[in-house]
Design a protein around this ligand. Structure first.
Ligand code: ASP
Ligand code: MG
Length: 411
């Protein structure tokens, strides 16, 4: 008998029929003798609808009132699911985040969980109840309702699993796991049985949006086994763990991530002097613009070219700032490009294998794709290329690293 925390996302509870289907699923686990804590999101579209109502009144809703409002979506689903469970003869109790003593700081709309008092949940479980908790919310010291940021129900699930020392936190969603890459781009994309937290974080931060990133960090930190599965079809899903599986039997690369969200800025012919990088990037960060990749080259004439990427939404603002800085520094020219894409290969196997980056570059060269920037970490190689070649690059890399073959042995 195990203790599972099961989180069901918005589409999984998107209608009364789906809520009944979730209740059937939970019942099957209960019938097998497991203890179940369920965390639910609001019905799909509901949180957006609530935010829309607030925006109809003001562009700048008061954060405390915003939290009171948007936390109501989840309160609807916990009660309906509990009714459906009771209809099936199960003991069930619904709780808001505050009721189940998810204690957070007071940063409304992006609160952080500080502690969870599990004593009440324990006694409910001991009495045989299914506990149904509203995701995405908590309560601060003064009893104010707080919310954890969009997608925060994943974090609620993981936090409850950590606090209750659950055997697994299962995230039920509308996809059946984490894929080697987006199946809409590569038909042969394959569901991974397992992936490490580190890899998942790289994949997620690069744009594979299956889980809220914070929940993955949280699960990694507290070593909560996390599984992503479909609530619509059966299957083992993808297990996210600390365990690195034997690298001889596993591909070196676990997946390929990509995103079109970036833009590139270059300042050419800046004097090559100490402090230049900070003079260039200082004003950018003062404007609250996040910088991702950075490349600097020194030319023979004692000047340097300095390139960096920012989120595409910040492109115009960053360009204006950079033009001003370039003027002050006596730089030759400023250039920008917002038609770029970042493609990355991710895998813990890179630590123990040489030649991964060069294999990537050879593959792109064969397709005649020009690499504009490169950055690496221990388990990732990213390149910036022209946006129009992004899908071609992803497909070529997916096959070069043999990701579409279930039992590929890459050495
Ligand atoms: N309902 C919230 C949202 O839509 C939280 C969640 O679904 O995880 O962001
Ligand atoms: Mg979600």
């Amino acid at each position: 008998m195990a203790l599972f925390v099961q989180k069901y996302g918005g589409t999984s509870v998107g209608s009364v029929e789906r809520i009944e289907a979730v209740a059937d699923k939970v019942k099957r686990f209960k019938d097998q003798g497991h203890d179940i804590v369920v965390v639910v999101s609001a019905m799909s579209g509901e949180t957006n609808r609530l935010i829309g109502l607030a925006k109809d009144i003001t562009d700048n809703p008061d954060p405390r009132e915003y939290d009171v409002l948007v936390s109501t979506g989840e309160q609807v689903t916990i009660s309906l699911l509990s009714m459906a469970l009771k209809k099936r003869g199960l003991g069930a109790k619904s709780y808001t985040g505050g009721q189940v003593r998810i204690h957070t700081d007071s940063s409304h709309t992006k609160a952080r969980i500080q502690s969870i008092d599990t004593s009440k949940m324990r006694s409910d479980l001991d009495e045989g109840n299914v506990i149904v908790v509203a995701g995405f919310q908590g309560m601060d010291d003064d009893g104010n309702i707080t919310t954890l940021g969009r997608g925060g129900s994943d974090t609620t699930g993981v936090a409850l699993a950590a606090a209750l020392k659950a055997d697994e936190c299962q995230i039920y969603t509308d996809v059946d796991g984490v894929y080697t890459t987006d199946p809409r781009v590569v038909e042969g994309a394959r569901r991974l049985d397992k992936i490490t937290f580190e890899e998942m974080l790289e994949m997620a931060s690069l744009g594979s949006k299956v889980l809220q990133i914070r929940s993955v960090e949280f699960a990694g930190k507290y070593n909560v086994p996390l599984r992503v599965l479909s609530s619509f079809q059966d299957g083992g899903g993808t297990l996210i763990t600390t365990e690195e599986t034997d690298s001889v039997e596993n591909p070196i690369i676990s997946g390929i991530a990509f995103n079109r969200d970036e833009a590139k800025l270059t300042v050419l012919g800046v004097p090559d002097l100490p402090g230049i990088a900070s003079r260039i990037l200082g004003p950018v960060s003062s404007a609250n613009i996040e910088v991702d990749m950075i490349v600097q080259n020194v030319a023979a004439d004692q000047t340097t070219d300095f390139t960096f990427t920012v989120h595409r939404n910040d492109y115009d603002k960053a360009l204006a700032i950079l033009e001003e800085t370039a003027n002050e520094l006596g730089a030759r020219e400023v250039k920008g490009d917002n038609k770029i894409a970042k493609v990355s290969i991710v895998g813990v196997g890179m630590r123990s294998h040489a030649g991964v980056a060069s294999n990537m570059f050879t593959t792109l060269a064969k397709e005649n794709i020009n690499i504009q920037m490169i950055s690496t970490s221990e388990i990732k190689v990213s390149v910036v290329i022209s946006e129009k070649y992004m899908e071609l690059a992803v497909r070529a890399l997916h096959s070069a690293f043999e990701l579409d073959q279930a039992d590929s042995v890459a050495e």
